[in-house]
Design a protein around this ligand. Structure first.
Ligand SMILES: *Cc1c(COP(=O)(O)O)cnc(C)c1O
Length: 397
């Protein structure tokens, strides 16, 4: 099929749930991608914060090949060696004592929501079910997580939503304090908001949330599905603020492009899940666990969180430089390699103009251009991205 025939078939046979760009990507290597015409792109999307090691990293390819020849799937009725080793590694590297594996960010958050409610029932009263979440949050598309998501755009048409969620403004401790009552069982929040516009909270926000949760005796759940796994410059985003959550959710970059989600929890919280309370057929198969193990091991061995911190700082400075000469840029923000450029023009136009020039970036809402590239990005890659972005601004504004 020609590219045009492929795109026509895509538009005909696939559920119409994405406003796709007219581009068919067929090959990747490192931070580079190629389309059906052989045109090369610098990838600052990374499959939306997923391809942390870049495309076709030799350590991932090797793990995929080796595990495919050994064992793909058996079921969680049995002990699975790569899953055990991955759980141990994640617990040793974090606040957590136990891991539950699933297949996506939404599922990891579903597990967290269920665990928080179960913990509240086990320890307190049966009407303590409410979870406080934030405006502009994104937690997924299942009915519970889309309810938790603080954006009416994603909820419209799917009512009735799930009871038990209260939304308050992000980065506002007073609002959370006012919202907590005798029915609250947890606060669910992204340490850095991704989809909501790359919002980095004030330095006292997460410590303040920890204190409010402790005072009220409720759980703090951090959604690091996008901001976790090295992206912000530390393996876990919460590590920047010197506080620990009770439950943490991961997905996107965890297995570097193979679907996997995880929920990590402290022992006394995790204890509310016992045999039969929660499950997932595909959660933590030998295959995906072996790949995730290779991804996390490589991330640590090559200090990719350190690279994200260094190159992210350079990227942020270069974007701030661009802001100084481009009045249509109204703000630049981010942490490590999750960066946002707020613009006074439609962000989608900038994204399209970058694509034409061989740079893939994405939006976050209507007015933010977002960069969530592979964590192997170099300063030379940043120079190229910023040059293309500058040219795109010249044409689109
Ligand atoms: C992407 C994302 C999710 C949802 O993950 P899926 O794998 O698409 O279900 C949840 N939370 C955050 C913060 C995300 O960025």
């Amino acid at each position: 099929m020609t590219t045009q025939e492929l795109i026509a078939a895509s538009n005909k046979y696939l559920a119409n749930t994405y406003a796709r760009f007219p581009l068919v990507l067929v090959r990747g290597h490192g931070v580079r991608l190629w389309d059906t015409d052989g045109k090369e792109y610098l990838d600052c999307v990374g499959g939306i914060a997923v391809d942390a090691l870049g495309h076709c990293h030799p350590k991932m390819v090797e793990a995929i090949r080796a595990q495919a020849e050994t064992l793909l799937h058996v079921s969680n009725l049995y002990h699975i060696e790569p899953q055990i080793r991955l759980a141990q590694l994640l617990c040793e590297q974090s606040f957590a004592d136990r891991a539950f594996f699933c297949n996506s960010g939404a599922e990891a958050n579903e597990a967290a929501i269920k665990l928080a409610r179960k913990y509240a029932k086990d320890h307190w009263s049966s009407d303590r079910v409410d979870i406080i979440t934030m405006h502009h949050a994104f937690h997924g598309r299942t009915l519970a997580t889309v309810t938790a998501t603080g954006n009416p755009k994603y909820q419209h048409g799917f009512e009735p939503l799930l009871p038990g969620f209260k939304h308050v403004p992000y980065d506002n401790l007073r609002a959370v304090e006012r919202a907590i009552d005798s029915r609250t069982c947890a606060v669910l929040v992204e340490p850095v908001q991704g989809e909501g516009g790359v919002n980095v909270p004030a330095a006292d926000y997460l410590p303040g949330l920890r204190r409010l949760c402790d005072e009220a005796g409720i759980l703090l759940i951090l959604d690091e599905v996008q901001s976790g796994m090295g992206r912000t410059g530390k393996l876990f985003a919460y590590q920047h603020w010197g506080v620990e959550p009770d439950i943490l959710t991961l997905a996107k970059a965890l297995a570097g492009g193979i679907p996997m989600g995880a929920m990590l929890a402290r022992e006394d919280v995790a204890a509310s899940f016992v045999p039969g309370t929660h499950a997932s057929t595909f959660g933590g198969t030998p295959f995906v666990s072996a790949v995730a193990l290779a991804v996390v091991t490589t991330m640590l061995a090559d200090d990719l969180p350190g690279n994200a911190a260094r190159v992210g700082k350079y990227f942020l400075d270069r974007l701030r430089g661009l802001q100084a000469t481009h009045p249509s840029i109204t703000a630049v923000r981010g942490k490590g390699l999750i960066l946002g450029v707020e613009v006074a023009v439609p962000a989608r136009g900038i994204v399209a103009a970058c694509m034409e020039r061989g740079l893939l970036v994405l939006t976050a809402g209507d007015n933010v251009v977002r960069f969530v590239p592979p964590l192997i990005l170099t300063e030379a890659d940043v120079d190229r991205a910023v040059a293309i972005l500058e040219a795109a601004f010249g044409s689109a504004t």
